[in-house]
Design a protein around this ligand. Structure first.
Ligand SMILES: Nc1ncnc2c1ncn2[C@@H]1O[C@H](COP(=O)(O)OP(=O)(O)OP(=O)(O)O)[C@@H](O)[C@H]1O
Ligand SMILES: [Mg+2]
Length: 453
């Protein structure tokens, strides 16, 4: 026997109609199941999977209103929402067919039917169903792939609680998010996390870095241009807005956006209408905007380098990433994460950090934040000679220019930094540090506690 073209479920309360349809579709190569009542139809559906259903709208309860058929459609949708349903209607009830389609039926067939038309309608629905299933499967696979690709984001410190909560709360929405924080605090990671957790995850995340671009270049970059728009425009160019359509546009280093371009950017954000440079045609885009900066935008506004109205369009939600020194609880989890990553990359099965390394990691100020930590661990993995990474492998230096000038510090601040430097010099050894500082070990411990070191 050949493989059936597909499985069709037919429901009608008239046995002669069921028989005729079974003969017709069976003869065309379909496998046919029949049901003489709504209850039987539901039972069949619950028992197995069909490719198409062909149902009458009227059964014995009342034979003209179609009400039974409508209820049946709703129940069928509850069992298999993707099953295409064709309804059969008497010659006078077009309104019934319209209502049935409103409730999810795909098409209708008038009784008495034309054999060829009926077979063609069944075939069409079957193909649509297959295409739909295929595309759902692909979509599902994509989503899974992307989930697997979620960037690592370590945020266990109490100072990161608000950050984590905000990400969870706003990721799915289309709200504009402004991410602030020093260099290397993870602004780009958060932007990609927000995108990956949103409904736009299967669409592009396009990054535009406004840093160091001249006004003209930035304008083309954002909106695109047409050939001949200016001397160098030899071909058409698609802008970031267009590329990010239905996805997310990440405007990095937004404080550097040329001031003359800012009103135009604001207008596009407000209207979703983009015009390429040199063209009068309007393109409509649907873009979610995430921006990031390590500058103090209110200071930029005060000096006239940034427009306040643009800021208000960008900062519906603000996520501020604290510096690594303000979330010391994250230092070790991050260090372990990098150790595993670089250990694998360089094939060095290191076990962990010895005491001196831990103290060095803890007392360092990390002016370059997570990025600096990543580099330090990578270097240490390459340097390490033993099973554990030591303070010497880390080779952390006191930062150059990472602190306020000493004459601007309070005595307390200066003492803290001095103690940290001495500790780092002795690889975190408190006894040696205390010796150098000319104080007892317990006095040094008290100072360390006082400074939260
Ligand atoms: N919370 C975190 N968990 C894991 N990795 C992180 C985290 N934060 C940052 N990183 C990593 O640190 C590095 C720097 O992060 P990122 O590029 O996002 O910083 P940034 O704030 O955009 O810096 P810049 O202002 O210099 O552009 C990246 O390699 C990133 O993967
Ligand atoms: Mg960045």
């Amino acid at each position: 026997m050949s493989v059936p073209l597909g499985r069709v479920l037919i429901a009608d309360d008239q046995v002669n109609i069921l028989d005729a349809l079974k003969l017709l579709l069976g003869g065309e190569g379909y496998e046919v199941a029949t049901a003489a009542s709504p209850a039987e139809l539901i039972k069949e559906l619950e028992r197995s999977d069909f490719d198409v259903a062909l149902i009458d709208l009227n059964y014995t309860r009342d034979t003209t209103s179609g009400q039974e058929g409508f209820e049946l459609l709703d129940r069928m949708k509850g069992i298999d929402p993707t099953l295409p349903v064709l309804v059969m209607t008497g010659w006078s009830s077009v309104s019934g067919a319209v209502e049935a389609m409103r409730r999810g039926a795909r098409d209708y067939i008038e009784k008495p039917w034309d054999d060829d038309k009926l077979v063609a309608a069944v075939q069409t629905q079957l193909e649509l169903r297959r295409a739909l299933r295929r595309s759902r499967r692909l979509q599902e696979e994509n989503t899974r792939l992307q989930r697997r690709d979620l960037p690592t984001f370590i945020a266990e410190a109490p100072a990161m609680k608000a950050v984590r909560e905000t990400i969870e709360r706003v990721a799915a929405s289309d709200a504009s998010v402004l991410i602030t924080g020093e260099h290397g605090t993870g602004k780009e990671v958060v932007a990609s996390l927000l995108h990956r957790l949103s409904a736009r995850a299967n669409r592009p995340l396009v990054t535009m870095n406004a840093g160091g671009l001249s006004e003209g270049v930035a304008e083309s970059e954002l909106f695109g241009h047409v050939k001949g728009a200016f001397t160098d425009a030899r071909t058409d160019r698609i802008g970031c807005f267009e590329l990010a359509d239905e996805g997310t546009l990440f405007l990095d280093e937004i404080a550097n956006m040329p001031i003359r371009l800012q009103p135009k950017l604001l207008r596009v954000l407000q209207t979703g209408e983009v015009q390429k440079v040199g063209s009068s045609r309007v393109i409509f885009v649907n873009v979610r905007v995430i921006s990031a900066t390590n500058a103090d935008l209110s200071a930029e506004i005060a000096t006239g380098r940034f427009r306040e109205d643009l800021l208000y369009r960008l900062n519906t939600v603000v996520i501020h990433l604290p510096g690594l020194r303000e979330r010391r609880e994250d230092i070790f989890p991050l260090a372990e994460h990098y150790l595993a990553r670089f250990g694998e990359r360089y094939r060095r099965p290191l076990e962990g950090f010895d005491r001196s390394a831990r103290q060095a990691l803890e007392s360092h100020l990390w002016p370059g934040n997570v990025r600096e930590l990543g580099h330090a661990i990578e270097r240490a993995v390459l340097m390490a000679r033993g099973r554990d990474i030591t303070a010497v492998d880390l080779g952390l230096q006191a930062p150059v220019g990472g602190q306020p000038a000493s004459e601007e510090m309070s005595l307390d601040q200066a003492e803290k930094i001095f103690i940290q430097k001495v500790l780092a010099r002795h690889g975190g050894d408190v006894r040696k540090a205390a010796d150098q500082l000319g104080m007892s070990r317990s006095a040094l411990y008290r100072r360390l506690q006082h400074f939260g070191l």
